[in-house]
Design a protein around this ligand. Structure first.
Ligand code: ACM
Length: 757
């Protein structure tokens, strides 16, 4: 779900419950010599002997073969970036002999397939297509270790081709805008994972990001919004757009990386920014809307008039001129029909068209624009809402309501792409650790993605061929920086790559993890901010008579955890964690996960004392409900807070109340900038004392009478609330901490809470 959701269709799990932690122990053995190869090739056979690749090894391409030359230059560039030897492309014909790396054309291989042979006499990269040669180069770049002096590559024979033709990621550039250089960089790292489709979400309620020459207001007005803020007036505009020139450059760069860009112009819903620019496209007679600064499903729909359809066709004519790929996405998702139903003009038009059912009226958009695209040699792609009996046979259905859309589409004879909520929605966080950036509180771990099975065994073989592949979606409501985009994408995109490329029988989770660990330093070499969530340290504390007990784990159990207690970062020779530690209060504990001598997680450091035990930030608390759980970033804060925007309420587990403890908490205000539709009525406020509201504290459940109340600050500002005494009760108890406020705005969240003396 890219947007706020309601209605139970996509309920979010309570934060932090979904993870299974295992004690860290060495597990996962890479396929011999697989090294840092992701995705794993379809077939690979090891032989004996090796071939040395170093700066003196020439690269040869067949004379006059531009595709082979491009793949060869890519290999040189990529190996250099990864810290390998400085290779050079030399002229001359070569076919794998004579101590060279030789590219060659070989007939009869699959469209994106290739063969890579390492013999004691040289390396041959063979394919029938440019894509195949490029992927052979990618594979060789991953096989070479990052050593300038080069390496002895063990003899092996790889025969490879992808399981699926669509291995994609979706980038939402509407909610947050990424500069052109970031989009190029994403295409670059996608290609290095053999991902080949960038689905580019260019328009939405919060911004129109594609320059359209005929309609300049789409970007002069529609690309800019005034951000929501608890401080008013809000400071400055947010926005940006891609000029057609930038788009052409990006498309050309993508072509060189074998990536097809599928542009999305979302309609008839998600149209508020366009309607803000050209109000006559809308379906109401009221004042024109502003470009939205709110998240969720909005009500602004394009009207079905001939003028509007003509406008959309004009837009699509520029789109097809810019994007040479075969596919154009027209959205179709989440078009709530309230405005159409309320509009006499739209109703009249619907009757004229004989399409009074609003879903059938939406299908009119799909049909008209599908015909327009077909006349321009393109295939229409739509979210699974477009799947209706009248859908044109060659339209492609993108299944996001689970996998049912793809299943139904395949049975109906349509091609389909699997991108199911929640597994393929990478705005969900990857772990419950405090280091995760803003997003949704549901945890979708790397393993969750890896274990997704694209093959639907209930479909016939012919129906299965309609499933073109898999895609992960980067919805960016809560992803505002380029580093965070990479964090949310990687390494989960590596799992998508393997699902899309590697045959099911070859996919094994522990072995994938071992290859990912080997790839991790390569991410660093490429300056990618990949998440370390699968390997990051998670510490649990428990008081003990002798001090404080600390248990260290990571999400996957992969690798060795090493630690120090002297304030230094753990190195490859630091003590290996084997069992819970009992530490004297005041000890500084640092830990990290290692794969052999290679550190593969950030260093985690904490002063272990009783205060650290008592104080928890909102990500370490449990949300009381799973309405719409989000990690949001308060203005000026350095870390997000976890909150269910439908019910700001947290559980502090296991508070020791035996000694007459006191509670202290800090709160932060956030703008309530969410479109909740009919569910607005379910968002919880309450009869609070005073104008601002209170934090109510209950013991053992959220329904009992409050045992304490803490007043929120009178103005919307971050504040630490005064300590209040808790009842003296034997043993440990769960505290329910709920914010009661008279209005939805601002949304208050607990930043941290502490229970102590
Ligand atoms: C979607 O998440 N609305 C496709």
């Amino acid at each position: 779900m890219r947007r706020v959701t309601w209605g139970g269709r996509r309920r979010l799990a309570v934060a932090g419950c979904a993870l299974v932690f295992a004690a860290a122990a060495p597990t996962g053995h890479a396929e011999p010599q697989a090294g840092a190869l992701i995705p794993l090739p379809a077939e690979s056979h090891a032989g004996s002997g090796s071939f040395h690749v170093g700066a003196a090894t020439p690269i040869r391409t067949p004379g006059g073969d531009g595709g082979a030359e491009r793949a060869a230059h890519y290999l040189v560039e990529q190996v250099a970036r990864l810290g390998g030897p400085a290779l050079r492309v030399g002229a001359g014909r070569g076919h794998g002999h004579g101590g060279a790396i030789s590219f060659e054309r070989r007939r009869g291989l699959a469209a994106e397939g290739y063969q890579l042979e390492i013999t004691p006499r040289g390396v041959t990269l063979a394919a029938s297509t440019d894509a195949g040669l490029f992927y052979a180069a990618v594979t060789l770049s991953q096989l070479l270790p990052p050593a300038r002096s080069g390496a002895d590559l063990p003899v092996r024979q790889i025969s490879d081709a992808p399981a699926y033709p669509w291995r994609g990621l979706m980038l939402d550039s509407a909610r947050h805008f990424q500069p052109a250089a970031v989009v190029r960089s994403m295409i670059d790292w996608m290609a290095w994972h053999k991902l080949n489709v960038l689905h580019w979400h260019l328009t939405d309620d919060q911004g129109w990001r594609l320059e359209i020459l005929k309609y300049p207001r789409l970007t002069s007005v529609g690309a800019w919004r005034t951000p929501a803020s608890v401080a008013s007036p809000a400071d400055g505009r947010y926005g940006g757009y891609y000029t057609q020139r930038e788009v052409r450059d990006i498309v050309a760069f993508a072509a060189g990386r074998q990536v097809t860009i599928v542009p999305e112009i979302d309609l008839p819903g998600h149209a508020q920014a366009a309607i803000a620019a050209y109000p006559e496209l809308g379906s109401t007679d009221g004042p024109p809307p502003a470009v939205s600064a709110r998240w969720g499903v909005h009500r602004y729909l394009f009207n079905p008039d001939e003028h509007t359809l003509g406008f959309l066709e004009d837009v699509l004519s520029e789109v097809v001129r810019l994007f040479p790929g075969r596919y154009v996405h027209i959205g179709g998702d989440e078009a709530v029909k309230d405005q159409w139903q309320a509009s006499a003009r739209v109703q009249l038009r619907a009757r004229e068209l004989g399409r009074e059912d609003p879903e059938v009226l939406q299908a009119y958009f799909t049909e008209r624009l599908g015909r327009f695209l077909a006349a321009h040699g393109r295939r229409l792609v739509g979210w699974d809402e477009v799947l209706r009996p009248e859908l044109a046979p060659d339209a492609i259905v993108m299944s996001w309501h689970g996998t049912s859309g793809a299943h139904a589409a395949a049975i109906a004879g349509h091609d389909a792409v699997l991108t199911p909520w929640p597994t393929m929605y990478f705005d969900n966080r990857q772990s419950a650790l405090a280091a995760e950036p803003p997003g949704r509180t549901k945890v979708i771990s790397l393993e969750d993605v890896y274990r997704f099975e694209p093959r639907d065994a209930t479909l016939s073989e012919a129906e299965q061929r309609h499933v073109l592949g898999v895609q992960g979606n980067l919805w960016t409501e809560h992803i505002r920086s380029d580093e965070r985009l990479e964090w949310m994408a990687l390494p989960r995109a590596a799992a998508v790559a393997e699902l899309g490329w590697t045959p099911a029988a070859r996919r094994r989770w522990p072995e994938f993890l071992a290859r990912l660990a080997a790839l991790t330093p390569r991410y660093t070499a490429l300056h990618l901010h990949a998440a370390d969530s699968p390997f990051a340290i998670d510490a649990r504390f428990a008081p003990d008579v002798g001090g404080i007990d600390v248990t260290l784990v990571n999400q996957t159990g992969f690798g060795q955890i090493r630690y120090t207690t002297d304030g230094h970062d753990p190195g490859a020779d630091a003590a290996v964690y084997a069992a819970p530690l009992t530490l004297a209060p005041g000890t500084t504990l640092s830990a990290a996960t290692f794969d052999g001598r290679e550190r593969i997680s950030a260093v985690w450091t904490r002063r272990v004392d009783r205060q650290a035990l008592a104080r928890r930030d909102s990500q370490e608390l449990t949300l009381c409900t799973d309405g719409v759980g989000l990690l949001l970033e308060p203005a000026g804060a350095d870390r997000p807070v976890a909150v269910d925007i439908m019910n700001p309420c947290w559980i502090y587990r296991g508070a020791d109340l035996s000694g007459g403890a006191r509670l202290e908490a800090a709160v932060v205000p956030l703008p309530f900038n969410f479109e909740l539709g009919a569910d607005l009525a379910k968002a919880r406020t309450g009869a609070a004392a005073g104008a601002v509201g209170e934090l109510e504290v209950r013991v053992d459940g959220c329904e009992a009478e409050p045992v304490a109340r803490l007043r929120l600050p009178a103005t919307a500002q971050a504040a630490t609330l005064a300590k209040v005494a808790l009842p003296q009760l034997p043993g440990r108890h769960d505290l329910c901490l709920r914010i009661i406020r008279p209005a939805l705005e601002p949304l208050w969240a607990i930043d941290w809470a502490g229970v102590g003396d």
